[in-house]
Design a protein around this ligand. Structure first.
Ligand SMILES: C[S@@+](CC[C@H](N)C(=O)[O-])C[C@H]1O[C@@H](n2cnc3c(N)ncnc32)[C@H](O)[C@@H]1O
Length: 209
């Protein structure tokens, strides 16, 4: 039987994600994930965990709740978790805009390549801020709009309607670092690099102001 939640997922995006993201994952994951996930211990929330690319990077003392709205992604994440035999990671179906957790529940909130796709960035970052403890960190890896090049920025704006459709809601032209700061999170450090032509990616750590 197909549940209503199942109808909301992206079956083909989920099935292809490990392959479509493989080149970037191989090139950048081993450098970025140890700094983003590998330094997150204590109570950790990962948002938009996908198929679980981050699972093997968490330290042993992390108690991780990993959320994901797409049931097809969750199915795959469950399989990966079973293969890894990791018992300190729990999976739940939820979306970033409505986190089912009390205020100040987590030492770290973590996300990779997610805030390009959330329905509402301002709502989602307000939720990140709400569930973080005052001395907690938000640890992120995202691709962003190219504001250094008028050409590439315009290309990103132009392709967004089509890209969103093929990419399960992904917007190539979001100013995500600005949105993090607008939510009351101060950037502690951020690194920027180019993964695809014209597309900057950022990773770093922010803290509640
Ligand atoms: C490009 S995939 C990245 C998956 C994973 N974080 C990784 O690094 O491989 C984007 C993920 O964000 C999830 N996502 C989309 N909208 C979301 C939302 N509103 N809240 C939480 N996750 C969301 C998608 O279902 C998908 O699993």
């Amino acid at each position: 039987m197909t549940t209503p939640a199942k109808e909301k997922g992206h079956r083909w995006f989920a099935a292809l994600w490990d392959r479509t993201g493989a080149v970037s994952e191989r090139a950048h994951g081993p450098k970025i994930r140890p700094r983003i996930m590998g330094e997150a211990s204590g109570d950790v929330l990962e948002i938009g965990v996908g198929t679980g690319a981050s699972f093997s990077y968490y330290p042993e003392d992390a108690r991780v709740i990993a959320i994901e709205p797409d049931p097809y992604m969750i199915e795959r994440a469950h399989k990966r978790l079973a293969e890894l035999g990791n018992t300190n990671i729990q999976l739940r179906q939820a979306a970033a805009e409505e986190l089912p957790f009390e205020d100040a529940s987590f030492d770290h909130v973590v996300a990779s390549l997610v805030f390009c796709s959330v329905r509402d960035q301002a709502e989602a970052f307000a939720e990140v801020r709400r569930v973080l403890r005052p001395n907690g960190t938000f640890r992120f890896w995202e691709h962003i709009r190219n504001d250094d090049s008028r050409f590439w920025g315009t290309v990103q704006d132009a392709i967004t309607p089509v890209w969103r459709w093929f990419g399960a809601g992904c917007h190539p032209n979001r100013r995500t670092q600005q949105a993090i700061e607008d939510a009351g999170l101060r950037i502690e450090w951020v690194e920027q690099f180019r993964a695809a032509p014209g597309t900057p990616e950022i990773y770093g750590v922010a803290r509640p102001v």
